[in-house]
Design a protein around this ligand. Sequence first.
Ligand code: G6P
Length: 295
Amino acid sequence: MPVAQQSGKVLISHPKGASAEILLYGATVISWKSGSIPSPELVERLFVSSKATLDGSKPVRGGIPVVFPCFGAPTHPEHSLLGQHGFARSELWTFHSIVMDNESGVSVKLTLEPKASITEKFKRPFHLSYIVTLAEHQLSTDLHVKNTGLSTSPPLEFQALFHNYIRVPSDDVLVTPLQGITYYDKTETSEELRSLPKVETRASVDVREFTDFVYENAPGTYEVASPVSRIEVRATNLKDVVVWNPRAEAGSKIADMEAGGWERYICVEPGYVRGFVAVEAGQTWIGQQVLTAKL
Ligand SMILES: O=P(O)(O)OC[C@H]1O[C@H](O)[C@H](O)[C@@H](O)[C@@H]1O
């Protein structure tokens, strides 16, 4: 079967061999095994910490958690009761349907609607659909955010981001093209310095040191290249991108990070995180990430 449900997970397989696993908890993609354009060998493309909790007691340290409706600590008054990165990554989603099942792609839809655990912290009506599509060398994630409020209600304002953990040797990975893009450095020690715009001068960005940079109005297509893999990250309606690797400096303080885990991944997270998306009542916004294994 191309799609199976098993103990809180949706398993997808493509006729050419690729596979993906999605936890209903957080709609978190926790595995994507794929060959690449030049090589049919199936390789795990995502990093999940061996200390990650997969039982729904906390967001998964790895894979692709969905960040919604706030990125980082909340800054919007309507998000003030939410935790870091919002609720989407720590709620149980519903398996809705198989959207497509053929050689060009196998695709499933998960949904999330307001329920008590959400409405006690977030009052606005919404409907989320998350469509995960597996193709021969590609994994796409599409988040549909509908403002289900009455026509008289104000726009739904939110941030959204796909927090991918791409499995690479982080000593030897380069991200392009970010040169000339304005960014905000979250590793700085004061709020004043963190909100100071800087301009990326490097032709290719590495993460050999603790990096937590929010690039604003970035190009939307990025290459994440290492000697063992080349992943293209393509974004639609997600104008920003966050490059994060905590290295030992910050990674050793993360309880569910395995020892040395920071050496095994990079996050190149497409999102809308500077400012807010505003969706009018009755309207739907769609943000998409497409990961392609080019090597
Ligand atoms: O520890 P988490 O809440 O999962 O967040 C992990 C990381 O997410 C993003 O990349 C942020 O830019 C980082 O500041 C944060 O440390």
